[in-house]
Ligand binder design. Sequence first.
Ligand code: CO
Length: 215
Amino acid sequence: MERSIEHLFTNNKNWSERMHSEDPEYFSRLVNQQSPEYLWIGCSDSRVPANQIIGLAPGEVFVHRNIANVVVHSDLNALSVIHYAVEMLRVKHILVVGHYGCGGVKAALFDNRTGLTDNWLRHVQDVRDRHDSRLAQIEDPKLKVDRLCELNAMQQVVNICQTSVLRDAWARGQTVTVHGWCYALEDGLVRDLGVSAGCREEAVERYRDALDKIL
Ligand code: CO
């Protein structure tokens, strides 16, 4: 039996009324412009909602999400989002947010076949294979997944810093910092992975330092 989605309209109506009563100018202000300072690149996982986690209202964070928060050099979708965020919206920070216990990362780590998604998760397996010896030292499967979640987010920070978008932005003197975080479902807290970078050289340096600290 098909489940009704009528309650979604009710929710929406209630939300709209609540927002309007709290701030009558709220919607008219947002209609005219968005000027977020942050671009969030996270996992599509329903438990990792961008705005709520960092306590920001609509209009305050530009969002891109995909399975396992991957940024691939040839992904026109992600690149367009990054381009728009950096060049048009002039965001000051790009947050790459992995999350512990990520199903995509887990499937990639253990080679669990899921179908079409396997091809996408090959990118996470590239990260896995690059850190083969590091991961081999971890016995506990849960900890192994969590470590790959961190390594994956760190890698995506480096990938973003290598894009033409960021290189051009930095070359013209624009200030934009790329950060790597990992979010814990258990306590709702984000952990900074220590790879924040404001230029390409810094990205590589911070990435190496962070790896040294891991093992
Ligand atoms: Co995930």
